[in-house]
Design a protein around this ligand. Structure first.
Ligand code: NI
Length: 192
């Protein structure tokens, strides 16, 4: 395994739609090594997720994990390591939550994005097995953020009010306490 360089805005690879992964591609040593590298890169950067576009590969693969207390997002509930390949996401209802998000590809920037609270995610894992799961709350938001990457969409594109954009230091000072309170209430109510 090796860490890969994380691509940052405005690299155009972040704006491209990643391609579906065939069964043959997924089984290849190249793609399996890419997945290993994405996991290592996400962990080294304390990310909650990483999409293949972010390491310059236009394949519909993302990795997600919140192990214990994530230093970037200490209010996120744990998520076991999940490799999603060719994911499809579908909101289960109209409920939304205003999430304060960040992204490894947009350094020192946070902003408020509306995300669906309850979603169904269908995807393959790294071995090609099909999964059909319901994700809720902040975890649902994390899945939506990673799926957006695979479509070339960044969280800043979904920030409805540019006045919510801050540095991480400003977020800590001015918004973190209130957001964490709302986030914990959401997690307590809907789970993950
Ligand atoms: Ni991101």
């Amino acid at each position: 395994m090796a860490q890969r360089a994380i691509v940052t805005l405005p690299d155009p690879v972040l704006r491209e739609r990643a391609r579906e992964v065939s069964a043959e591609q997924l089984a290849s040593s190249e793609v399996q090594a890419l997945i290993d590298d994405m996991i290592e890169t996400m962990r080294a950067a304390s990310g909650a997720g990483l999409a293949a576009n972010q390491v310059g590969e236009l394949l519909r693969i993302a990795v997600i994990e919140v192990a214990g207390r994530n230093p970037r997002y200490p209010y996120k509930p744990p998520i076991a390591l999940t490799v999603i390949v060719n994911p499809v996401i579908e909101p289960l209802d109209d409920e939304r939550f205003a999430v304060n998000e960040g992204c490894l590809s947009i350094p020192d920037t946070r902003g408020v994005v509306e995300r669906h609270v309850n979603v169904r995610v269908r995807h393959l894992d790294r071995h090609g097995a099909a999964h059909d799961v319901v994700r809720r709350g902040l975890t649902a938001g994390t899945f939506q953020h990673e799926l957006d990457h695979l479509d070339g969409v960044l969280f800043v594109d979904r920030v409805a009010d540019p006045a919510t954009l801050t540095t991480w230091a400003q977020f800590e000072r001015e918004h973190r306490a209130a957001f964490e309170q709302r986030a914990r209430e959401l997690v307590a109510r809907v789970g993950s």
